[in-house]
Ligand binder design. Structure first.
Ligand SMILES: Nc1ncnc2c1ncn2[C@@H]1O[C@H](COP(=O)(O)OP(=O)(O)O)[C@@H](O)[C@H]1O
Ligand SMILES: [Mg+2]
Length: 329
């Protein structure tokens, strides 16, 4: 008997990479789901294992996954989508007997709030000074420029360089912006996996040489103990169990400090997997209660990405209520 695993968010690069990784294991049966019938990763699995789910924000999302657990006899649920993770992690008991492969709701909430994250990680000494825009920010004796961004942002939306004090005072006070030391140096993404006790099994730094729609499509892994240790300290500070992507950037003195944590599978997973750390497979093992190796080494390697068309019979295209089938005007 195989272990039955559902992967949601099959339309995104992370979802595709997770599905591809898990399909290499003969002990797993992989179900692929998305809210959109046009999501490419759905078509990586056999027709009988393709599923549609409601949007993660929908009231019926968690109940729908729970029904799928019962009907498909699932053992493990893996989501690659932030909103879904938040919804599922708050109600993981409802998925029983399946296990949700995700960090605690507390870890997710901390990571997805850049102010809470900076405050939680401040004791590591590896964070830029970070405060709310408004009176808190105006009270600080900054070295300008400083950097402002939404407390709960993604994909670089709403980020801005603040050149001087006048611009700082002109920042809107009602948009949940945070103000932070400007980090002028190199930027790295570190893919981290922590075991059930929170011990770091691997931390793989990589560059994002080319980025498309917020996803790294070319880059290389970098062996650098400082980057690996910094990301590991951040992961420990937020109580990570499972996978997260820790973004670091060098400050004015050249030290790597925290930018943000994305508490989910990154879209650049194929590079990290090729470097030697098969994070989806390890996450599956972890949440199925299996022991992980203490430390997994990786090597320096690079990746580029191209598009690939998957041809599907018309009758095999799943038609979802929620998205993707109405021609936009
Ligand atoms: N303190 C900072 N100094 C310099 N650049 C920053 C700073 N914070 C963010 N950035 C830039 O903005 C981008 C997006 O910020 P990030 O914190 O990663 O949020 P998100 O990716 O969720 O939008 C970063 O990749 C980086 O280029
Ligand atoms: Mg980012």
């Amino acid at each position: 008997m195989t272990t039955r695993v559902l992967v949601t968010g099959a339309g995104g690069p992370a979802g595709v990479a997770v599905i591809r990784s898990l399909l290499r294991r003969s002990d797993l049966t992989v179900f692929a789901a998305d809210m959109d019938g046009w999501a490419s990763g759905i078509y990586l699995v056999p027709p009988a294992q393709r599923r549609l789910v409601p949007p993660g924000r929908d009231d019926d999302f968690v109940p729908a996954i729970a029904r799928m657990v019962a009907e498909d006899d699932l053992d493990l649920v893996i989501s690659t989508v932030d909103v879904e993770l938040i919804a599922l992690a708050g109600r993981r008991d409802e998925l029983a007997p399946a296990v949700l492969a995700a960090p605690s709701a507390e870890t997710l909430h901390t990571a997805l709030d850049k102010l809470a994250l900076a405050e939680r990680c401040a004791p590591t000494g590896l964070t830029p000074r970070t405060v709310l825009a408004g009176p808190d920010a105006e009270a600080v004796d900054w070295e300008f420029p400083v950097f402002a961004k939404p407390r709960q942002g993604a994909g670089s939306r709403g980020v801005r360089l603040v050149p001087d004090r006048a611009a700082l005072e002109a920042l809107p006070g009602d948009e949940g912006l945070i103000v932070q030391d400007f980090l002028p140096g190199e930027e790295y993404s570190v893919d981290v996996i922590a075991d059930a006790a929170g011990a770091i099994v691997a931390a793989v730094p990589r560059t994002r040489a080319r980025v498309d729609s917020g996803v790294a499509i070319a880059g290389r892994t970098v062996r650098d103990p400082e980057l690996e240790e910094t990301a590991a300290s951040i992961a420990r500070a937020i109580g990570l169990v499972g996978v997260a992507n820790v973004q670091l950037r060098r400050d004015r003195t050249g030290r790597a400090v925290l930018l943000e944590v994305n508490p989910r599978f990154p879209g650049a997973l194929p590079l990290t997997i090729a470097a030697g750390v098969d994070i989806p497979s390890l996450v599956a093992d972890l949440f199925l209660g299996r022991e992980l190796p203490v430390r997994i080494p990786f090597r320096e390697i690079a990746s580029v990405r191209f598009l690939e068309d998957v041809i599907v019979e018309i009758d095999d295209v799943l038609v979802s209520d929620h998205a993707g089938h109405q021609e936009e005007l």
